[in-house]
Ligand binder design. Structure first.
Ligand code: PLP
Length: 364
């Protein structure tokens, strides 16, 4: 948990951008522990110690694999392991739009289910397209980090259950561990997350789990390659190892973070995110700003604010950085400047988020 002294004493820049987020001193200490061999018993113990707690966070009985890559590695890898026919990409922001691009670059037949940035993917839209047939796999970004839109995974998963032959791949990079997501109950075939967003670890690690049905499909796919081959992950997992040499520092950091999460309690962690998110929301309303996302679909781990007051966002952030060594994000891609984003992911508390908001007021 970040303390105010952590926050003030470090000379580095405090990150309230939606990733990478602040990494605590405790996590950084774990990250920099001495190396061990990745085929020895110490590593196997380290790996095994993470497993039950990762399964609890994913709410799955399936193994959770650890990939030394950013999330995009597994996002591309999921396609390479599973796709046999047409891929449908639910698209409503920068990350979901890019996933379509990645599928095309891999040579797959990809189709867009596009809504305007700022809107959620609705179950009606998904159902209408799937009823037309011809889709092999669906990709969804649960929490579009670029727009602060949280689609209703529960409703979308209900639709997917009516099409049991279609694979459902879900990116939970910026929602994982901030709200409950039950992989098994929702019938998700591949659920993945990255290290540097909601988990507040250094960038460069991804976590993912694969349903039995998806494993069986992968076994039939030719050209899965090696680095992201799900079958290699499973084979090595059976011996508490990863296919290739992993970033061991990251796994120490993950172990330390899992200690933090379960010491705090998962439900308390969810509740803390709800409280810090509400602080930001209250601040937005109090200042006469608007939300980029419609009510009912607002992310709980970050807030994308519409710059309806036409503030010079870049200059504002520059003053925040200069005076308080802290930054927020000035908007992603085509909505840079017309929106800005404040993250409450990771270890942030009511104390640190309140401090940020008062500093934003001070340098306004
Ligand atoms: C940041 C992000 C990614 C990409 O993560 P990388 O670590 O850059 O691979 C993917 N999806 C979402 C929703 C993200 O926020």
């Amino acid at each position: 948990m970040a303390t105010l002294s952590d926050f003030l004493m470090t000379s580095s820049i405090q990150l309230f951008i939606p990733g990478p987020v602040n990494v605590s001193q405790k996590t950084r200490n774990a990250f920099s522990r001495p190396m061990i061999g990745h085929r020895g018993n110490d590593f196997k113990k380290l790996y095994a110690s993470c497993q039950p707690r990762l399964q609890a966070l994913f709410q799955t009985e399936r193994p959770v694999y650890i990939s030394t890559s950013s999330a995009w590695g597994v996002m591309e890898g999921a396609l390479r392991n599973l796709v046999q026919g047409k891929v449908l990409h639910c698209m409503n922001g920068a990350f979901s739009d890019k996933w379509f691009d990645v599928a095309e670059r891999c040579g797959y037949h990809a189709e867009k289910l596009q809504v305007d940035w700022g809107n959620p993917i609705t179950p009606e839209l998904l159902r209408a397209r799937l009823e037309q047939g011809d889709i092999d796999l669906v990709t969804l970004i649960h929490n579009e980090t670029s727009t602060g839109v949280l689609s209703s995974l529960k409703e979308l998963a209900e639709v997917m259950k009516q099409f049991p032959n279609i694979f459902f791949v879900v990116d939970t990079v910026s929602s994982f561990s901030t709200i409950p997501i039950s992989m098994d109950e929702l019938g998700i075939d591949v659920m993945l997350t990255g290290s540097q967003k909601a988990l507040a670890l250094p960038p460069g690690l991804a976590l993912f789990s694969v349903s039995q049905k998806a494993m069986e499909r992968a076994a039939k796919i030719k050209g899965r390659g090696y680095y992201f081959d799900f079958l290699e992950f499973q084979k090595n997992h059976e011996g508490d190892m990863t296919p290739s040499t992993p970033s061991i520092g990251h796994i120490y950091a993950l172990q330390s973070k899992l200690d933090d999460i379960f010491e705090e309690g998962i439900h308390e962690r969810y509740a803390r995110h709800a409280r810090t998110n509400k602080l930001v929301h209250d601040w937005v309303k109090h200042h006469g700003f608007e939300f980029f996302a419609p009510e009912g679909y607002r992310s709980l781990s970050l807030t994308c604010v519409k710059n309806n007051k036409e503030v010079d966002v870049a200059a504002w952030i520059a003053r925040l950085k200069e005076k308080y060594h802290t930054i927020i994000d000035g908007g992603y891609g085509k909505i840079k400047g017309t929106t800005f984003r404040i993250s409450n992911m990771g270890d942030e508390t009511e104390e640190t988020v309140s401090q940020l908001l008062s500093w934003l007021d001070d340098v306004r």
